[in-house]
Design a protein around this ligand. Structure first.
Ligand SMILES: [Fe+2]
Ligand SMILES: [Fe+2]
Length: 327
């Protein structure tokens, strides 16, 4: 897609603001949580007892629950895809080390802890076919994703704002379900990751708010375009050994809907949140196309809600290769 030249000017103009956002929403590395803080330490004498206790604590989690937790982990583990996509965005100067490239590196460094922590937890749980999970992870990274943003930072930040809110919600819910099943350590793990996702969501939403201040029409059109295309999940190409590209994603998504951790209603709720956050209703400085886009966006949540109310979720009938005790 060809982008107006103003994109580059706006990205350049925002460079100081990016520094402010980093100072506000990213945490100091020395004191930030690390996966080891939430896992048994293999140097401890009672390490194996702790692993036993961990395995005991997850015994009441349902089949759908494992499907979602593993799918979420694979999604986090495909971080190389997201980093290279962000780095390819217009306005990011990977040679000149501008604040945008610093943001991407720091964001990636925080995100990297998510897959790391979940992966180790799943390994210790004794409930996961790690090899199959790793095959899916390798596939997902090799397959990449196709989310319709191109190299456009405006579309990109709509996507990331949406996604960070979605992962905040889903990790938070997965954590709440773990608590219900008396799996308190896992609940804490999901909760702490959900907290990161919210900080990241606030940062990306702030970028968009700032762009709306200086380039409202183009930002509005980018928001409209992304919502017309629909925000696809980053793991939409998810597959397992021997299965075609994207096949496993449908099953993973059905599990998430059945569990109620990420549903069509949540999609609408997130859209509503973004419409409010970016004050779409009161946006001025728009031309005819921009105003049409604003009207489309304002009407969209209700329209989607009507559709989502009618949607049916299939019953569980699929067997994931990832799940199961060793035979
Ligand atoms: Fe994450
Ligand atoms: Fe995230």
């Amino acid at each position: 897609m060809s982008l107006p030249g103003t994109r580059l000017e706006v990205m350049h103009y925002l460079e100081d603001f990016v520094q402010e956002v980093m100072d506000k929403y990213l945490k100091d590395v020395d004191t930030n949580w690390q996966p080891s803080d939430l896992l048994p330490d293999a140097r401890d004498e009672d390490f194996l007892d702790k692993v036993k206790a961990l395995q005991e604590s997850v015994k009441d989690l349902s089949y759908d629950y494992w499907a979602v937790l593993i799918g979420d982990t694979i999604t986090e583990e495909a971080l190389p895809t997201y980093e290279s996509w962000l780095a390819g965005m217009k306005g990011v100067d990977n040679e000149g080390r501008n604040t945008w490239s610093q943001w991407i590196r720091s964001w990636t460094a925080e995100e990297n802890r998510h897959g790391d922590l979940l992966n180790k937890f799943l390994y210790l749980s004794g409930r996961v076919n790690m090899r199959e999970m790793e095959v899916s992870t390798q596939y997902l990274i090799a397959d990449g994703f196709d989310i319709g943003t191109g190299a456009d930072p405006y579309r990109n930040f709509v996507y990331t704002s949406f996604q960070e809110l979605a992962t905040n919600l889903s990790h938070g819910r997965v954590g709440a379900l773990a608590k219900k099943a008396d799996s308190n350590d896992l609940s804490k793990i999901c909760g702490i990751i959900a907290g990161d996702e919210m900080r990241h969501a606030r940062a990306y939403m702030a970028f968009v708010s700032k762009i709306f201040e200086v380039d409202p029409n183009e930002m509005m059109l980018a928001f409209e375009d992304m919502m017309k295309k629909k925000i696809v999940m980053p793991a939409h190409f998810l597959r397992e050994t021997g299965s075609p590209i994207g096949k496993t994603f449908e099953h993973f998504s059905d599990s998430a809907q059945r569990l109620g951790v990420y549903t069509a209603q949540d999609y609408v709720q997130i859209l509503n949140r973004l419409v409010k956050e970016w004050k779409i209703a009161d946006m001025s400085g728009l031309d005819d196309r921009g105003e049409k886009a604003r009207d489309y966006l304002m009407a969209l949540p209700d329209r989607l809600k009507r559709i989502s109310d009618r949607m049916k979720i299939p019953q569980l009938e699929y067997e994931f290769s990832w799940i199961g005790l060793r035979q």
